[in-house]
Design a protein. Sequence first.
Length: 439
Amino acid sequence: MQGLLKEWRRTHYSKNVNSDLKEKEIIIMGWIHEIRDLGGIIFVLVRDRDGMIQVTAPTKEVDDEIVKQIRNFRKESVVAIKGTVQESGKAPNGVEIIPSEIQILNLANQPLPMDPTEKVKAEIDTRLDSRFLDLRKQNVSSIFKIKSQMLRTVRDFFYNNEFVEINTPKLVASATEGGTELFPITYFEREAFLGQSPQLYKQIMMSSGMDRVFEIAQIFRAEEHDTLRHLNEVVSIDMEASFMDDIDVIKILNNMIQQVLIDIKTNCSEALEILEHEIEIPECNFPIVRYDDAVDIVNSKGVEMEWGEDLSRAGEKALGDTMDGFYFLTEWPSEIKPFYVMPNKEDPTKSHAFDLMYKDLEISSGATRVHQYDLLVEKIAEKGLNPDAFKSYLKAFEYGMPPHAGWGVGADRLTMVLTGTNNIRETVLFPRDRRRLTP
RNA sequence: GCCCUGGUGGUGUAGGGGCUAUCAUGCGGGCCUGUCGAGCCCGCGACUCGGGUUCAAAUCCCGGCCAGGGCGCCA
């Protein structure tokens, strides 16, 4: 009967088949990448997660039944092949498998909706419609191997620095945080929203005495942006730490990114090679550019910018031209930062907010937070918001809130930097943008 | 949301008022014992949708939808 594994189990991944195994019988499992039938000899490339191995069937030397089965193969079908490893200078990795038994586990329909061998390239839209096939390409799966390593390093880093991993709700009641548009949803008889950020919750956690927390989770923004670096659902790496200020958490962020770069360079060399991307590890801390100086730099590049304005796209590009790699932008004007950002004591028009940039791409933003109840209420009102709407948040500031600071990193944007891709859709398995809601 | 460009076989494209709609890849069939972007032969398969102009529209015009690029928005 076709399609059942039965007692068969894979003995080797393709990358582990080498001449040490010659004359040994092994079982490989994977997808048919290519079939080259020369009549008297048939070559089949079987692909698994990390590579490919050639199966060679000289039609007069292998069983007729096997030849018949191979001639029934269709590209991208799933097969299990039992066979003997043979050394051959003519085979792609110097070894090939002479099949002795074959199972076709699942036939792929034809024609395929796109070509995983990339003889004919497909556009991102076509690729995303058939993402499962797209991901069979090594240059695509490599992006997600790197992303996985990044997330692992980040988790390890936080655990090594005595952070507690938390989960905050994504179903939220309030649309009053200001700024970003939220996705409204029906919550029984009420209206609710998808969370735009764990910001208020991780701050409440500072009042819990948990001291240092982090969360890696999806956030949702209902903005109608349509660019290469925005999505409506993204993964945010968030942290918040008590008894720290902006300078402290900038150091933590710098160290974390540094560790991510080191680990990826060390552990993902194959993936980086496939992507033809190199990772440079800066020798010292990332440079710090004060907002005041950024305004000057942008203007000196011929892009008009007044003090107090947020960076326009042209401004980001002008800065990105000047600064190579990662850098911090600090001392942002209070006016364009949210209510929970601590103003500078000497000059309240400036704040203790910072961004981490990579060239012209914003990767992270963070700040020392306001921990004083009265000041927080004042700042909420100043932003034109109603403090009553923040009751459950403000309550945490009335009974012992320590000074604290934190930041959030866009995990998908960071992955763009790590993989050298220029479209955020490339770094998200199933991206959600202005129009795409499937798959 | 705005501006620009576009939508042709499964995929990626050429063409651009009337002719069998180009090419590659693919798919189906055939030949071939060392392929590795295999090769050769035969065949299959397409003009985004709606309206308009015209004797005639895939081609021109208007609108919708969708896509690519840029911008805005992004506490």
